[in-house]
Design a binder for this molecule. Sequence first.
Ligand code: UT7
Length: 326
Amino acid sequence: MIRAVLTGTGSALPARRVSNAELAEQVDTTDEWIVERTGIRFRHIAGEGETTATLAVDACRAALTAASLAPADIDLIVLATATPDQTFPATATKVQAMLGIDDCVAFDVAAVCSGFLYAVQVADSMIRAGAAERALVIGAETFSRILDWEDRTTCVLFGDGAGAIVLEARESVDDVTDPGARGILATKLHADGRHNDLLYVDGGPSTTGTVGKLRMKGREVFRHAVVNLAAVMGESLALAGLTSDDVDWVVPHQANARILDATARKLGLAPGKVVVTVDQHANTSAASVPLALDTAVRDGRIKPGHIVVLEAMGGGFTWGASVIRF
Ligand code: UT7
């Protein structure tokens, strides 16, 4: 059977790295509070000339090199973001032009922090349907530009960055327990739009005509996150015909170290199987899963043959999980 096989990963971060102590000089907070409540120590903040598209392009170049492909080989770009360079055109088309790809399918997906999981599902479906052969799937964000820097309950939590993967249509073994069954084995997505007021941006083209700033009721989001993420990981594993015992690595959305610990505990997964980058990158929304994935691939933790579960939850609410064999 044809599956979408992951053949390369890449990521990019803005040059400027900001510590909690540096933030505490401008915001009424402390390094101790941030580390204890979230696990965050650093975040990268985009400077002049760095945008969602430029970060995405750097991540894509690294992913293409890892996959031994040239930009012209790509026939699909799906970019997940809540912080596009412009309201339109889609940032994916800007990335396409910057990569020098003359013609392909290119569009953005808006599902906030779960955007990368939604983008993976769309690209995987198009590949299996024969509508694309080689896709760049990207999560890229510049949340620093929609933060209210006067609001200490949110501005200390987020950072900027981008991650990308290459998915290629490849012949793959049907039996998921066979090591030859490479690629995306299953993805499960959810949305529940009743929770708009718990995590949102207070502006938009069709309402205020402004970009708006991020607002979040953190404690309530936290409660939903732990329940929903553990459940959807279980669902995606069941869809793939696997159990949590088969999992080599979980690559979660990096919102809060306490959410990662609680979710792993609920699933009975050893903390040593969870990739954690929230300390270095903070919450980069749609970029967080592919950034963490690229980190663990490049440092040699994730190896060919490994079963990896990606998961995320964010504004909407939206949430999802994907099971991949490398
Ligand atoms: O990416 C989408 C998904 N997002 C998430 O998953 C985020 C989920 N939520 C969280 O991660 C946590 O709820 C937060 C990190 C946002 C907050 O942690 P918390 O333990 O839920 O704290 P809290 O909101 O209940 O606030 C506790 C106290 C408050 O003071 P009082 O009312 O107890 O006196 C806050 O005013 O901490 C205070 N506080 C701060 N203090 C120092 C809030 N922000 C700060 C701050 N520095 N930056």
